[in-house]
Design a protein around this ligand. Structure first.
Ligand SMILES: Cc1cc2nc3c(=O)[nH]c(=O)nc-3n(C[C@H](O)[C@H](O)[C@H](O)COP(=O)(O)OP(=O)(O)OC[C@H]3O[C@@H](n4cnc5c(N)ncnc54)[C@H](O)[C@@H]3O)c2cc1C
Length: 381
């Protein structure tokens, strides 16, 4: 998504030279949010999730199915895994993240992740009504997979080390309300627990938790966080400790001809503080691509880069059963007071997240969540 949006925004910013997008997946860019929802729930194929092609990018060259293996930023070249070398005058880093895997002994067959279309279609093909599914991880992807699998008639257990699902973005009370909604539909939680090992010989037949609890499983879904895809940038002296470090104009440190966008970019947000962070929300590839393309197009044209501060309002949503969860702002950032603003935790509700008396985040849960949360947008700092 970030690569596509960067190509579109480079054209919008006036760059009329050649643009090549390199991607390791064989598919043209597609939307990931449906992967844990519609794609798991029904037979959705690539055209239904592909992004609409725009006239402005009709002349973009797509090199799909082969990853970039390395980059030499001093020589301005990238080298693909098939040894093709591509010179560049400007480079956009848009390689996203990949799912972390559990470092647990045991068989590999039967273990799934959900990041790509192929991942989601593989899991869908394995899911049956009555399948015993253990989801490891209670972040938004784990919770969405649990809801969708339950909707398909699977028996679902969720294992996570936190005390409540989605604690980091939501806090304990709203996390508990979300848990009760899952439990009401039959999901069983094992919270405060980690996985010790998998059982089975050729394929997973279950797993054993750190307290010795044995859970039978036909399928295990690992939703335990992510790792930024930056190995191809190794050896260039960059700070790759968590994604690729950028300045406020999304330039990769010390490189005016390299910018980064999307989940892989670690950037300061002028709305909050100077601490660079990665943000794994759907709105970020578009927000970062707009800023990064202006930065890069100006550099390539030999013009001064406008210094307008980059201050996107973070926003994410999650669909679990027929419930929508909508978040605006930064409910996880330095929050010292979480308060119900409207409704009831066990019905439709809006929760406000405050830091030093100021509203910094709002999360709504329930039928009209998107519209309800949007009403508080203007009050957010
Ligand atoms: C299952 C799922 C559900 C989601 N649901 C929501 C939601 O409901 N709401 C929300 O706000 N957000 C959601 N998101 C998050 C949102 O989709 C992401 O933030 C967004 O897709 C990030 O876009 P990106 O371009 O940065 O990364 P990606 O979309 O991951 O694109 C990066 C691309 O680069 C490729 N790549 C990696 N390494 C290389 C290499 N060396 N060479 C070439 N190509 C490479 C990757 O394979 C990938 O195709 C969801 C994400 C997932 C996975």
């Amino acid at each position: 998504m970030g690569g596509l949006r960067a190509a579109e925004q480079l054209r919008a910013a006036g760059w009329s030279g050649p643009v090549t997008v390199v991607g390791d997946e064989p598919h043209m860019p597609y939307n990931r949010p449906p992967l844990s929802k519609e794609v798991l729930a029904s037979d959705v194929t690539h055209p239904a999730v592909a992004f609409r092609a725009r006239a402005s990018t009709a002349d973009v060259a797509w090199r799909l199915g082969t990853p970039v293996a390395s980059a030499d930023l001093a020589a301005r070249t990238v080298t693909l895994a098939d040894d093709t070398q591509l010179p560049y005058t400007g480079l956009v880093v848009a390689t996203g993240i990949r799912p972390r895997r559990l470092p647990c002994p045991g068989p590999v067959a039967g273990r799934h992740v959900v990041r790509t279309l192929d991942d989601a279609q593989n899991l869908r093909a394995a899911l049956r009504p009555g399948s015993r599914v253990v989801v490891v991880g209670a972040g938004f992807i784990g919770c969405e997979v649990a809801a969708t699998a339950r909707g398909l008639g699977a028996e679902v257990a969720v294992v996570a080390p936190e005390a409540e699902p989605m604690t980091r973005p939501l806090g304990a009370e709203l996390g508990a309300a979300l848990r009760r909604r899952h439990e009401a539909r039959g999901v069983v939680f094992h919270l405060g627990r980690t996985v010790g090992h998998f059982s089975g010989i050729d394929a997973v037949t279950g797993l054993v938790l750190d307290d010795g609890t044995a859970l039978p499983a036909d399928l295990v879904v690992e939703a335990v966080g992510s790792t930024p895809n930056t190995a191809w940038l190794d050896g260039n002296g960059l700070d790759l400790s968590d994604g690729v470090l950028c300045d406020a104009l999304l330039r990769v440190e010390g490189r005016p001809d390299v910018v980064a966008v999307g989940d892989v970019a670690r950037f300061p947000n002028a709305r909050y503080d100077d601490v660079p962070r990665r943000v794994e929300h759907w709105s970020i590839p578009t927000d970062t691509a707009k800023r990064a393309a202006r930065t890069l197009a100006a550099h390539l044209a030999g013009e001064a880069v406008d210094g307008e501060p980059f201050a996107p309002l973070p926003a994410f949503w999650s669909d679990q059963y027929a419930e929508r969860l909508q978040s605006f702002g930064a409910p996880g950032l330095g929050v010292d007071d979480i308060r119900l603003l409207e409704g009831d935790f066990d019905a439709d509700c809006v929760v406000g997240y405050h830091a030093e008396g100021r509203l910094v985040g709002v999360v709504a849960l329930g039928g009209g969540a998107a519209a309800t949360a949007a009403r508080y947008r203007g009050a957010l700092v």
